[in-house]
Design a protein around this ligand. Structure first.
Ligand SMILES: *Cc1c(COP(=O)(O)O)cnc(C)c1O
Length: 217
């Protein structure tokens, strides 16, 4: 068995102990298309999440379901719309409008998540929890968008700091949850078990699946 499969079996088992309803999105930045296919072929992961548009475009393969999970400039929206299941990182009205316009051009709809800045970190993108209602109000006027939930990238912190942050996002999510608004994407290699225990139903995992890597190189 390959490392990728061994790692995924372990992650799946840990998550199943918390809930069987938690989806694993593989965070595939810097990983090759062969590694991504190996991951999907285990049957334990259905979606690859990329966080840079150029990298997504160079790897794009119709046989794989992709999500976009990274920060996004409005001029790059055209490379994603219609090609990804979810744009998970929509955090401002200009971006939502641009996605909506691109959808009209292509005559498609696009599912999105709203990115939350749960830790209120200044250098990070994302909407503060108290502004979610007004953002949803604004996004709702854009009829090509399907708002499917929330996505959060937590700060690097210990369990005692993360738990209340994840819980606050979960509580907001639960208030808004319905048949369409159904994804709560939070949790990465360092914190996915904490996030899962706090109610996440989608974790985005890279290093724990593919092996450690310093992404800054
Ligand atoms: C890279 C990345 C992840 C996964 O990070 P790991 O620590 O490798 O699990 C999750 N979400 C986003 C937005 C990412 O860019």
């Amino acid at each position: 068995m390959s490392n990728i499969e061994t790692n995924l079996i372990e992650i799946r088992k840990e998550l199943d102990n918390i809930s069987k309803e938690i989806e694993i999105v593989a965070a595939t930045k810097t990983r090759s298309i062969e590694e991504i296919k190996e991951c999907i072929n285990t049957g334990l992961v259905n979606v690859a999440g990329e966080n840079k548009v150029q990298e997504f475009t160079s790897k794009y393969d119709e046989s794989i379901v992709w999500d976009y999970i990274g920060s996004l400039q409005t001029n790059k929206v055209k490379y994603l719309v219609g090609k990804v299941r979810l744009i998970q990182s929509v955090d401002r009205i200009e971006l939502a409008e641009k996605i909506n316009n691109e959808c009209i051009k292509k005559n498609v709809k696009q599912k999105i998540l709203i990115e939350v800045n749960s830790g209120k970190e200044e250098q990070k993108s994302g909407v503060f929890l108290e502004d979610i209602d007004s953002i949803i109000d604004q996004f709702s006027k854009l009829d090509r968008l399907e708002i499917c939930g929330l996505m959060a990238v937590a700060p690097i912190a210990d369990k005692d700091t993360l738990e209340p942050l994840f819980t606050s996002v979960y509580e907001k999510f639960i208030k808004l949850k319905n048949n369409t608004f159904k994804y709560l994407s939070m949790g990465m290699t360092d914190d996915y078990l904490i996030a899962a225990k706090c109610g996440s139903n989608m974790v985005r995992i890279g290093r724990k699946i593919f092996g450690e890597r310093n992404y800054n190189i």
